[in-house]
Write a protein that binds this ligand. Structure first.
Ligand SMILES: Cc1cc2nc3c(=O)[nH]c(=O)nc-3n(C[C@H](O)[C@H](O)[C@H](O)COP(=O)(O)O)c2cc1C
Length: 168
C-alpha cells in the first residue's frame, strides 16, 4: 500500500489542523497516511510521498518545515513531494495563487517539489503576544477554506497514484 506522510510546522495550531484535513482526505482516497509535526520526524524512508507544510511568520516559512526539507532532501530524492504554506489573514489565498516565500521556494527546489500552494491562515482575535495581538485587532479571524484544502489534497492523491512505480 502507498504510504504518505503529511508533515507540518505550526506555532498556533492552525497549520497543524490543515495538515489534518489533508491527511483525512488522502486516507479517504485510499492512501495510508500519517500526519506528524515536522520537528518530530526522524526517518522518511518508509513513505512513498510527502506533503510538507509550514505556517508563515514575518515572511518566514516555519523553521520545522525548513529543517525538515534540509534534513530529508537526500532521502526524498526520487519521491513525490508537495509543499504548502498557510498564512494570509484575508481572502487573498482564495482569490489568486500566492507564490511561496523565498524559504519555501528554496525547499521546493531542494525537494524537487511537484507543487506548492498557499492557504489562508487563522489568528484568534484574542491572540497573545504583543505583535500577534496588534495583528489580531485588525485581521484576527479564520481565513482557511477547508473545502479548498480538501480539493487540493484530492489532486495530490491523484498524482501520488499516478507517480507510483516511477521516479519523479
Ligand atoms: C506575528 C505574526 C506574523 C505573521 N506574519 C505573516 C506573514 O508574514 N505572512 C502571512 O501570510 N501570514 C502571517 N501571519 C499569519 C499566520 O501565518 C497565520 O496566523 C497562520 O495561520 C499561523 O499558523 P499556525 O497557527 O499554524 O501557527 C502572521 C501572524 C503573526 C501572529
Amino acid at each position: 500500500m502507498t504510504r504518505v506522510l503529511v508533515a507540518y510546522g505550526s506555532r498556533r495550531g492552525s497549520t497543524a489542523e490543515i495538515a489534518g484535513w489533508i491527511g483525512d482526505t488522502l486516507r479517504g482516497e485510499g492512501l495510508e497516511t500519517e500526519v506528524a509535526d515536522a520537528g518530530s520526524v526522524r526517518d522518511v524512508t518508509a513513505y512513498d510521498a510527502v506533503v510538507l507544510g509550514g505556517a508563515l511568520y514575518a515572511g518566514h516559512w516555519h523553521k520545522d518545515a525548513r529543517r525538515f526539507a534540509r534534513r530529508h532532501a537526500a532521502a526524498l530524492s526520487g519521491r513525490p513531494v508537495w509543499l504548502f504554506s498557510s498564512g494570509p489573514l484575508d481572502r487573498s489565498a482564495d482569490e489568486a495563487e500566492i507564490p511561496p516565500v523565498p524559504q519555501a521556494a528554496r525547499a521546493a527546489e531542494a525537494l524537487r517539489a511537484l507543487g506548492h500552494r498557499t492557504f489562508g491562515g487563522r489568528l484568534a482575535r484574542d491572540a497573545k503576544g504583543f505583535i500577534a495581538a496588534r495583528i489580531a485587532e485588525r485581521a484576527g479571524g479564520d481565513y482557511r477554506d477547508p473545502d479548498g484544502v480538501r480539493a487540493w489534497a484530492r489532486q495530490v492523491a491523484e498524482r501520488v497514484a499516478a507517480t507510483q512505480g516511477t521516479e519523479v
